[in-house]
Design a protein around this ligand. Structure first.
Ligand code: PGA
Length: 256
């Protein structure tokens, strides 16, 4: 899976123009799911323009209550007919908007309840990595984030490992660091929800992925794809990343 977190503050016409560009450049492959996460304002108009054979839509956030007086919020229930996926617990939501683990757990649950697949984002800050706390942080975020899900529900969700220090900084994690954390995430999911969920759950890497380094992450056997911010706003880079994912897939199926 290749997920594109469009963090640009696109207007409706800018987003439409950019989608047009991507539709021209990205080659669709049956085996590679490409999901676009534009801002909430543009989701509805883009949904009518989107070539569904190429792309799926996701939301960057969603509120956890299905109904009620919550001025300004857009609920998962409102998004359900529009998107396949929703990002939950992105580091910018955790750190800029102070979203707690308990809010994130409610959002994960609300997404599942509304038939939207959450991409639960987890990752440590630089201080936490330097203090050797990476696994503890991931453990806490996973335990809290998956708290309200059954094993069957959890099997269908996606987890994105995004070290905070690698997001938007150009400083990406080394593939062996990523592999170590992904294996740890699977082990934690197995402990929390059983082996079946651990086998089925998809785990992505995110954090300064671009066309030059994507292959090194996608080649990690336990990595199921990438979540891309900055480079997803460049149609050349993004289409190259999708091609890398396709080549890795071809290699894997060739080897089986
Ligand atoms: P980046 O962003 O690729 O620009 O580091 C990743 C993200 O926002 O998920």
């Amino acid at each position: 899976m290749i997920a594109a977190n469009w963090k640009e503050h696109f207007t409706v016409s800018e987003a439409s123009h950019f989608l047009h560009r991507l539709e021209e450049h990205v080659i669709s492959h049956h085996s590679i799911e490409v999901v676009l996460f534009p801002n909430i304002l543009t989701l509805q108009p883009l949904s009518t323009q989107l070539d569904r054979r190429k792309f799926r839509l996701g939301a960057q956030d969603g509120y956890y209550e299905d109904a009620g007086a919550y001025t300004g919020e857009v609920s998962m229930a409102m998004l359900r007919d529009l998107v396949h996926y929703v990002l939950v617990g992105h580091s910018e939501r955790r750190h800029i908007f102070n979203e707690s683990d308990s809010i994130i757990a409610k959002k994960t649950q609300a997404a599942v309840r509304n038939g939207i697949m959450p991409i639960l984002c987890v990752g440590e800050t630089l201080q936490e990595r330097l203090a050797n706390e990476t696994k503890q942080v991931i453990h806490n975020q996973l335990t809290a984030g998956l708290m309200h899900l059954t094993s069957t529900e959890a099997s269908a969700i996606v987890i994105a490992y995004e070290p905070v220090w690698a997001i938007g900084t150009g400083e990406f994690a080394k593939p062996d660091q990523v592999e170590e954390v992904i294996l740890y995430i699977r082990k934690q999911v197995a402990e929390l929800l059983g082996e079946r969920a651990a086998r089925h759950i998809r785990i992505l890497y995110g954090g300064s992925v671009d066309d030059q380094n994507a292959r090194s992450f996608l080649d990690i056997p336990s990595c199921d794809g990438a979540l891309i911010g900055g480079a997803s706003l460049n149609h050349h880079k993004f289409s190259q990343i999708v091609e890398s994912a396709y080549r890795v897939q071809q290699n894997r199926t060739g080897k089986q």
